[in-house]
Design a protein around this ligand. Structure first.
Ligand code: ROI
Length: 158
C-alpha cells in the first residue's frame, strides 16, 4: 500500500458536511483505507476572490490504486458531490487534490504530484503538517521548511 495525502476543500453547500461525506467516500474506495484526517480549517479564499470562506483539511490514505486510478476515483467523488467545474478558480462544493503519492514525483498531463501549488498554500501545508510534521518531499525538501517559507495566511481551526 502507498501512503497518499489528499487535500480537501469546500466553500459551497454546507462545507463541513461536504468534507465529512468526502472522508467517508475516501474510506469506501476500492483498495483504499482512510488512515487519518486533520482538523478542519476555515480561511478566506486565497487571492482574495469574492467567494465564501473555504473549509480545508488534509486526509492520509493508504491505497494500492495506481496514481491515475486514484485521480479518477477522486474526481468521481467530486462529481458525486455536485462539483461543476465552471471557472478554474470558482467556488466549489468539493475539491479533492492529490498532494502526495508516496515518495513519487509524477509529471503527467492529468496529474502533477507533489501538487504544483502546495508550497504557496497554507491551507494545504498546515493541515498536512498536523498529520505528518516530519514529512520529507520527494525532492528532499522538509515540509517544515516549506511551511516556514509559505506566504502567511489567516487560518482558523473550526
Ligand atoms: C480558488 C482557490 C485557489 N482558493 C482557495 N482558497 C482557500 N482558502 N482554500 C482553498 O481550498 C482554495 N482553493 C482554490 O482553488
Amino acid at each position: 500500500m502507498i501512503r497518499a495525502y489528499i487535500a480537501l476543500g469546500s466553500n459551497l453547500e454546507a462545507p463541513a458536511q461536504q468534507l465529512q461525506q468526502a472522508l467517508s467516500a475516501l474510506d469506501e474506495l476500492a483498495d483504499t483505507r482512510l488512515v487519518a484526517c486533520s482538523s478542519f480549517y476555515r480561511s478566506p479564499p486565497m487571492a482574495g476572490m469574492d467567494q465564501p470562506d473555504y473549509l480545508n483539511a488534509v486526509a492520509a490514505i493508504d491505497t494500492s490504486l495506481a496514481p491515475l486510478a486514484l485521480l479518477d476515483a477522486l474526481q468521481g467523488i467530486e462529481q458525486q458531490q455536485g462539483r461543476e467545474r465552471h471557472t478554474r478558480w470558482g467556488a466549489r462544493t468539493l475539491d479533492l487534490d492529490m498532494v502526495l503519492y508516496g515518495d513519487q514525483a509524477i509529471e503527467h498531463e492529468r496529474l502533477t504530484v507533489p501538487h504544483y501549488g502546495m508550497a504557496e498554500r497554507a491551507f494545504v501545508l498546515i493541515p498536512l503538517f498536523e498529520l505528518a510534521p516530519q514529512l520529507t518531499l520527494p525532492d528532499g525538501r522538509q515540509l517544515a521548511t516549506l511551511l516556514a517559507q509559505c506566504p502567511p495566511q489567516t487560518l482558523f481551526i473550526r
